[in-house]
Write a protein that binds this ligand. Structure first.
Ligand code: FES
Ligand code: FES
Length: 127
């Protein structure tokens, strides 16, 4: 619904069964696999997709860090990674590497080997 009806195509459909995290959105601030949710369950909730992250038409710090540190290859997992990392950094602005890896444990990437994604989040967390 978000992709087809609202045209917000940033969130990706991966597995469709709650295994990959490509569809992650924030629902009332909580990272949520949207493929596991009915639209009616979001009624009255604040839903944030990757489209909400840019500031004044520019990538925000976290998005730019992903670009600068090579944390994006095919990009399919990236919107979900960004939303999961956004939630983490809001509740814990200076996470350890272990906390970052734990937060990302539900988001699969088939390209980067994860280290660059962790580095990109650490770079923002270290500011
Ligand atoms: S599409 Fe894989 S968890 Fe939703
Ligand atoms: S960058 Fe390709 S799946 Fe993560």
């Amino acid at each position: 619904m978000v992709r087809e009806d609202l045209g917000l195509t940033g969130s990706k459909k991966g597995c469709g069964i709650g295994d990959c995290g490509a569809c992650t959105m924030l629902v009332n601030g909580v990272a949520t696999f949207s493929c596991m949710m009915l639209a009616i369950q979001a009624d009255g909730c604040v839903v944030e997709t990757v489209e909400s992250l840019a500031e004044n038409g520019k990538l925000n710090k976290l998005q730019q860090s992903f670009v600068d540190l090579g944390a994006i290859q095919c990009g399919y997992c990236t919107p979900g990674m960004l939303m999961t990392a956004t939630e983490l950094l809001r509740r814990n602005p200076h996470p350890s590497e272990k906390e970052i890896r734990l937060a990302l444990s539900g988001n699969l990437c088939r390209c980067t080997g994860y280290q660059k994604i962790v580095d990109a989040i650490k770079a923002v967390a270290g500011e």
